[in-house]
Design a binder for this molecule. Structure first.
Ligand SMILES: [Zn+2]
Length: 198
């Protein structure tokens, strides 16, 4: 990950959310962002109707079975996203956020980009950046901070932002928001004690 990328991603995520009319606290819709960028999202189950398309999709997957969550695929001069709708919707929201992040960050790629569970070789730096921006889009730093202030547990965060519990936990931990809030509270109560001392 480039130096300063996390700070950059924090700002960028808020700008992208604002394009969709969503502030730091609202629920993010990765499909709406894809539409905003003119990127069509195809469901694998729809491709299944078309044997050639199905075969092409399976081509990108390990031993012929479709194991990836989402893929960003070049189609002549355009890009499209393949969305594996056999997977859990919350996992798919994260995967589509990841793929659209590659696009927004203008990551160069030769053939096809898959989520981490795919098998294609990838640039670890680019993957980290797309993961990070995807996370900021789904749960911005400010949202994690507010959740910490409200004493939400990981389940509440996951429910509110429609993400998996592991992702909610990761965002809450990475943001350090709970620790910051706990420190602030400790500081405030120490101050109150000092002030009320005779
Ligand atoms: Zn990726």
């Amino acid at each position: 990950m480039k130096r300063g990328f996390k700070t950059e991603a924090r700002k960028l995520a808020l700008e992208l959310r604002a394009e969709l009319g969503v502030d730091a606290y609202g629920k993010f819709d990765p499909y709406a962002l894809a539409a905003e960028y003119g990127i069509p999202v195809f469901l694998l189950s729809d491709l299944g109707q078309d044997p050639a398309a199905r075969e092409a999709a399976a081509h990108y997957a390990r031993d012929g079975s479709v194991t990836f969550s989402a893929a960003l695929v070049p189609a002549s001069s355009r890009r499209l996203i393949l969305d594996n709708d056999a997977h859990d919707p919350r996992r798919r929201r994260n995967s589509v956020s990841h793929e659209i992040s590659h696009l927004v960050l203008e990551h160069e790629f030769g053939q096809v980009l898959l989520t981490r569970d795919g098998y294609r070789p990838f640039s670890p730096d680019n993957e980290e950046e797309a993961d990070w921006l995807g996370g900021e889009l789904l749960i911005p730093y400010g949202a994690a901070e507010r959740a910490a202030r409200l004493d939400w547990d990981d389940e509440q965060v996951a429910e509110t932002y429609d993400v998996s519990i592991p992702l909610a936990r990761m965002r809450m931990n990475y943001s350090g928001a709970r620790r910051v809030i706990a420190n602030k509270r400790a500081y405030r109560s120490r101050n109150l004690q000092t002030r009320s001392a005779p």
